[in-house]
Design a protein around this ligand. Structure first.
Ligand SMILES: NC(=O)c1ccc[n+]([C@@H]2O[C@H](COP(=O)([O-])OP(=O)(O)OC[C@H]3O[C@@H](n4cnc5c(N)ncnc54)[C@H](OP(=O)(O)O)[C@@H]3O)[C@@H](O)[C@H]2O)c1
Length: 342
């Protein structure tokens, strides 16, 4: 009898221990992400073309002055410096949102895992908040831009789902996808896209495409939100339209709001529900761009802005890669015009 009682007690102790240990383990898994706040912040700092010698300071300055979102990518070749800026800011990791991107030559499983590990290590963040498939295009690893016909977008998505399961990143998403590419992922996803980062601004509004993302529950991150201000666009498609900062419609709108053109352009992006990620290395511009969050438009003003769409795409490397991008969207890749580099 006494032996039976002892056995019962031992069994209860053992079960309790297992439950406790299990709970401890689950908590440890969840804990790293549970400190995080929810959704992606509406304003972030872009880092494409940020000079390696300038970007650490820009990131530190932005984080110390109200930004809580950094948009990075391995191909920008400055994630280590971006990481220095994050560290120097002293801001708790759990208080900032960090996005990085999987480059085209890293779509295969081994390459993808090594790539995300490198981005996390260079950025010094422990995990990412969002990891994007940079383009719906795979290159054969180590062979420049030779297309990898054997790795589909769906194959890469499966690989990226595993990166979430392994806790490298909280969310995954896509970038530069046509509607059919997004749909192909939606048809099969077990971990579904959190966001789609693509070019959209007053001169390439793509309002239907933006609205469609709202319907399917995928957030839109608007890149090149200042239209043709990125200097690499000036000699390419950006020159088809004058600089947005000198566009009388926008200068007058800015004046009427007692704001700058950058502020009203970014404010429009925010008010229509997109996340905007202007790049800047300048303290003055970083402060100015944050001011966009103070500007609001009436319904009539939003309707007037909608009429200023020019449907000009600034960033399209399709020609140099020999692939037609942005099918069914405004200004898809053509093979007779000029295209940007990245
Ligand atoms: N997923 C993708 O394929 C993809 C592609 C392109 C871009 N992106 C992301 O989106 C970010 C933003 O796009 P972007 O860099 O192409 O273009 P952008 O942010 O629209 O424009 C950047 C340019 O605007 C200038 N600028 C910024 N604020 C200004 C202000 N208030 N007044 C005057 N000039 C100002 C910057 O110069 P200063 O530095 O001198 O301020 C820079 O020359 C990128 O940095 C990158 O993180 C992603």
């Amino acid at each position: 009898m006494a032996f039976g009682k002892a056995l019962a007690v031992a069994a209860i102790v053992a079960v309790t221990l297992v439950v406790l240990l299990r709970t401890e383990h689950d908590y440890a898994t969840i804990k790293s992400f549970s400190l995080r706040k929810g959704d992606i912040p509406q304003l972030g700092l872009g880092t494409w073309l940020s000079d390696r010698d300038e970007v650490a300071h820009a990131v530190e300055y932005a984080l110390d002055n109200g930004y809580d979102h950094i948009d990075a990518a391995l191909i920008y070749k400055n994630e280590d410096q971006t990481g220095k800026g994050i560290k120097a800011s002293g801001i708790d990791r759990s208080k900032i949102w960090v996005t990085s991107k999987l480059w085209n030559s890293d779509h295969r499983q081994d390459e993808a895992e090594a790539a995300i590990q490198k981005s996390i290590a260079d950025l010094g963040v422990g995990y990412l908040d969002l990891y994007l498939m940079h383009w719906p295009v795979a290159f054969v690893p180590g062979e420049g831009t030779r297309l990898d016909e054997g790795t589909s977008v769906v194959d890469t998505w499966r690989t990226m789902e595993d990166l979430v399961r392994k806790n490298y990143t909280r969310h995954i998403g896509v970038s530069n996808f046509a509607r059919a590419d997004v749909q192909a992922v939606l048809n099969v996803c077990e971990v579904c896209p959190y966001a789609h980062e693509f070019e959209t601004h007053p001169y390439l509004q793509q309002q239907n495409f933006v609205d469609w993302h709202r319907e399917i529950g995928v957030k839109v991150i608007a890149y090149s939100p200042l239209a043709n201000t990125n200097p690499t666009y000036r000699d390419k498609k950006g020159s088809l339209v004058g600089p947005i900062f000198k566009d009388p419609f926008w200068t007058e709108l800015a004046e009427s709001k007692n704001a700058t053109v950058a502020q009203v352009v970014l404010a429009w992006g925010v008010q229509r529900g997109t996340v905007v990620i202007p790049k800047s290395e300048s303290e003055k511009h970083i402060d100015e761009n944050r001011g966009a969050l103070e500007v609001e438009f009436s319904k009539e003003e939003m309707e007037a802005i909608a009429k200023r769409d020019k449907k000009v795409r600034m960033n399209d490397p399709g020609k140099s890669w020999g692939i037609k991008l942005f099918a069914d969207l405004d200004d898809p890749s053509g093979f007779d015009g000029d295209n940007a580099e990245l």
